[in-house]
Every structure is written in structure tokens, then in C-alpha cells.
Design a protein around this ligand. Structure first.
Ligand code: BGC
Length: 244
């Protein structure tokens, strides 16, 4: 089947504060070949990251389209915040720049939103949080993304934000035991705020959760951060981004 008729290969990219990953996916979201991973360059400017992405792309095979999970607010393809990268990302037209550079259609969304697309079931109110370098969050109503939800920098106790306590620095500062104690308190708080039907917890540090989770709260594999890239391309534009 020629490209454009349902067999498109997606180059899925996940830009993180610690590492950058890239993988080819078939249209059902199954990986093709090896995943590429490299440390996030410092300073993590757009120029440094684009240079690294070029090199990663050249190590992978042919692809028809690109999805990018970005660790900050994304609106209409532009990156508006990048707490764990570099101020030069503020207002950067990442989607347009990559489309010009790689001559392929590109979809850029917040990293927790892409992770969510890989994890959710598309029914009811589904909240996703990711525990990695930063604290990611995304909310879906019957599979439709509510763009722009940013819990990361919102204070939740004693003037500390979710990211202060649950991001990379939080787990390093508190140690795993206290981090778990705090997370066990934060989850019911999130539930009373959002009244979600289901909460998914992803990100590399979700593996450190030691307390029992209720049936409607599940851990999802960190790989969903990349695998959601194919699901992002299956979504109708108005179901994942603000189009006007
Ligand atoms: C950013 C979010 C992002 C999260 C995880 C936070 O610092 O503000 O937009 O989703 O980190 O990368």
C-alpha cells in the first residue's frame, strides 16, 4: 500500500530534560527497529537539540511523518515554555521548523499529552501524570485532549509545586520513602480536584512507587511516551490541538 493510505511510518521523538529518544513506529503504533537514545545536550537550546535530532533521524530508516513530545506548553506547534530545557524555546516554532528541515508533516504536542495518547482508553475523564525529570500532566475527555493542563508548577502543599516534590529533584531531595509518602497524599488530592474516572501514572520514576494503587489508578510503561506518537497521528486535529 503506498504511503498516505494507512501504512505510514511515524518517526516518534520524545524530548526530555535528561534524555532524547527516537523510534520508528508502524501505523498501529508498533516499533520498527531499534530505539535511539542520547543525553539531552546542555545548554539545551533549540539549535543544540535540532542538531542532535538530525543525527538521530539519520540513524533510523525512512519515515512518512513525525510526532514530537515536548516537555513544555505547546500551542499551535510553537513551544511556549521549557522549564527543564532553555529559555530560547519560548515562542519557538518547532513544528514549522521541523517540517521545513525534514520535509515531512510534523505534529508537536506536550510530552505528557503524547504519553497519554499511548495510554488512555478513550472513555470518560482520564488524567495522566508523568514522573520524570519534570512532572507532566494531561487530561482527556472521551479520548479528546484538553490542551494546556500544567500541574507541574502549581503549588500543592507548603508553597511547593508538584514538580518540586515529584520531579527528578524532588525524588533526589526527599529520598524514595518520603517521595512515596507525599505521592500517596497527592493522588487523592488530584482525584478530588479532577474527579477522574481513571488516572495513569507514567514516566521513568513511576517504577519507584511502592504503595498500593486503587483499581482506577494504573502505572503505564514509560515507552508509551514514544508509542503515543502513532496515536497522536490517528487523532483528528481538533481532538488534540487548538486550531484557532
Ligand atoms: C513542564 C511540562 C512537562 C513536564 C514533563 C514540566 O516542567 O512544565 O509541560 O510536561 O515537565 O516533561
Amino acid at each position: 500500500m503506498p504511503a498516505g493510505q494507512g501504512n505510514e511510518i511515524t518517526l516518534a521523538v520524545d524530548i526530555g530534560g535528561t534524555g532524547i529518544k527516537a523510534l520508528l513506529l508502524d501505523s498501529s503504533g508498533k516499533p520498527i527497529g531499534e530505539r535511539q537514545r542520547a543525553a539531552t545536550p546542555r545548554p539545551a537550546t533549540p539549535a543544540a537539540i535540532l542538531k542532535l535530532l538530525d543525527a538521530m533521524k539519520n540513524n533510523l530508516g525512512q519515515f512518512d511523518r513525525v510526532s514530537v513530545g515536548f516537555p513544555g506548553v505547546v500551542k499551535k506547534g510553537a513551544t511556549l515554555t521549557a522549564h527543564n530545557l532553555h529559555p530560547k524555546w519560548v515562542g519557538f516554532e518547532l513544528e514549522k521548523v521541523l517540517m521545513r528541515r525534514w520535509k515531512r508533516p510534523v505534529r508537536v504536542a506536550n510530552d505528557a499529552a503524547v504519553q497519554g495518547f499511548g495510554a488512555i482508553h478513550g472513555k470518560g475523564l482520564e488524567l495522566v501524570i508523568t514522573l520524570g525529570t519534570g512532572f507532566g500532566s494531561s487530561l482527556f475527555i472521551n479520548g479528546i485532549l484538553v490542551p494546556g493542563l500544567e500541574l507541574a508548577h502549581h503549588p500543592w502543599r507548603k508553597g511547593k509545586t508538584y514538580e518540586d516534590d515529584f520531579g527528578k529533584q524532588g525524588i533526589e531531595r526527599h529520598g524514595r520513602k518520603k517521595w512515596n509518602r507525599l505521592l500517596e497524599k497527592a493522588i487523592p488530592q488530584l482525584e478530588s480536584l479532577f474527579n477522574y474516572d481513571h488516572l495513569y501514572i507514567g514516566g521513568g520514576n513511576a517504577a519507584h512507587i511502592t504503595f498500593g494503587l486503587p483499581a482506577h489508578v494504573t502505572r503505564v510503561p514509560n515507552e508509551d511516551g514514544l508509542l503515543g506518537g502513532a496515536a497522536l497521528w490517528r487523532a483528528r486535529p481538533e481532538h488534540w490541538k487548538l486550531t484557532s
